[in-house]
Design a protein around this ligand. Structure first.
Ligand code: GLN
Length: 189
């Protein structure tokens, strides 16, 4: 089993470290030709979603990854990654895959509360640490989207078919259960 980590910008190395700890092979997606390497799942890391979307288009990677996701490739997306998957981003047009029917609000916690840590329940997993960095939240979900976690009444984790998306950064905490859940999803595909 090999997991591909989108490595254009942002916190991709941290995801690779978690995968290594779990003994999961990973490759980096940096350019279009990397998309030809066989892999079984994709991680979309945090960072700056507008920059990532632009680079994906410029590097000719956008359409292929979108198709792979639509065809059932398991995806774990964190923070900016969650924004890339949203069908709607409040007040913004532009480059996102739009493969989860949901509306996302970027930088949704205001400047003062831009970054914070908490512990909250994740459906099917239990209490997990959650680190938020200028994070989005999910303002609205469409049909078939399962809510996995909420913090202060805001949706911060969802699953839709083959896609899991979180507003926080599990790769920055010393708790590998979310990556284990994803690895199991890739394995059982
Ligand atoms: N604020 C970023 C964005 O809107 C997301 C932040 C993150 O990925 N930590 O794209």
């Amino acid at each position: 089993m090999t997991v591909a980590v989108l490595a254009l910008q942002g916190a991709f190395a941290e995801h690779e470290n978690v995968l290594k700890r779990l003994g999961v092979d990973c490759i980096e997606l940096r350019q279009a030709k990397d998309l030809e390497t066989p892999y079984d799942g994709i991680i979309l890391p945090g960072g700056e979603s507008t920059v990532q979307g632009k680079l994906l288009k410029e590097l000719g990677m956008f359409d292929t990854i979108k198709e792979q996701i639509e065809n059932g490739m398991p995806v774990l997306a964190t923070c900016a990654g969650l924004i890339l998957l949203a069908s709607e981003v409040e007040g913004q047009e532009g480059c996102h895959f739009g493969t989860i029917p949901m509306c996302v609000r970027r930088n949704a916690y205001g400047r003062q509360l831009g970054s914070f840590r908490t512990v909250a329940e994740l459906k099917g997993v239990g209490e997990v640490p959650m680190t938020f960095i200028r994070a989005p939240y999910v303002a609205e979900t469409g049909d078939g989207v399962e809510v996995l976690a909420t913090v202060d009444g805001k949706i911060v984790g969802v699953q839709y078919k083959n896609q899991m998306a979180f507003a926080f950064h599990p790769e920055l905490d010393n708790d590998t259960r979310i990556h284990e859940k994803f690895a199991a999803m890739v394995r059982d595909k």
